[in-house]
Design a binder for this molecule. Structure first.
Ligand code: C5P
Length: 221
């Protein structure tokens, strides 16, 4: 079908958590399920895009024929999977909950129980979206997420500006039914032109449609 709005466009979607190894049996991670990102990948594919889904460790998956899934574990692996594909992408949606810090040294043997306290030094992981924002071309459209518990709008607008995004999706952990693992979400979208779009609580599939509609509008703005 040559009539879909995103035919001929390659889109990269990151989704799910990352895990950061401590030793061969332990890791640091977060509660991301990947459901929101997978729903966006499916909505982009429904709109005709060729979608590369870069997915962290989760039991969620998709069998949509328009989507190629690339499974990764760590922030570093996600960074490499995304940056190598970025030159060929028209749209990137970063819905993954990437760990901000990782153990500075990964023990090659299981850490044994010892004294009462154990200290693990953490170092920053690469900020994937920020590095894309720094290198993007004029035709590339970048979408980020902002999940906060407080000062949500202020932080969302700061990320939109500082990471050079075209669109940011704000969701608050303070809203009932929004965020990790729920099948629903409540979002507000802010775009780089200053337009704000607010939506009620909806299924993640419907939220994904709203986000893809905003992306298509921005492409024609
Ligand atoms: O700054 P913060 O982590 O809150 O920004 C969230 C947005 O940045 C999300 O879109 C997330 O996927 C992306 N991100 C990223 N790489 C990181 C951290 C966040 O791509 N290391």
């Amino acid at each position: 079908n040559g009539n879909k709005p995103l035919n001929g466009t390659t889109a990269i979607v990151t989704a799910g958590p990352t895990i950061e190894h401590i030793d061969p049996v332990r890791y640091i991670s977060n509660h991301s399920s990947g459901k929101m990102g997978i729903a966006i990948a499916e909505a982009l594919a429904d709109a005709g895009a060729n979608v590369q889904l870069v997915l962290g460790p989760t039991s969620q998956q998709t069998s949509h024929t328009g989507i190629t899934t690339i499974k990764v574990q760590t922030a570093q692996e996600m960074f490499e999977a995304v940056t190598t594909r970025f030159p060929h992408a028209g749209i990137v949606v970063a819905a993954a909950a990437v760990a901000d810090y990782r153990p500075a040294n990964v023990a090659d043997r299981k850490i044994k129980k010892g004294e009462a306290q154990l200290h693990i030094d953490l170092e920053k992981t690469p900020d994937i979206l920020r590095s894309l924002g720094d290198s993007k071309g004029p035709q590339q459209l970048l979408v980020g997420f902002s999940l906060e518990t407080n000062n949500e709008k202020e932080y969302a607008l700061k990320k939109l500006r500082e990471k050079h995004l075209d669109l940011i999706v704000m969701n608050s952990l303070a809203d009932a039914g929004a965020g990790f693992n729920y099948d629903t979400n409540k979002v507000t979208l802010f775009d780089k032109n200053g337009q704000e779009r607010s939506f009620p609580l909806k299924s993640k599939q419907e939220v994904a449609q709203d986000i893809v509609s905003a992306i298509i509008e921005l492409q024609h703005a």
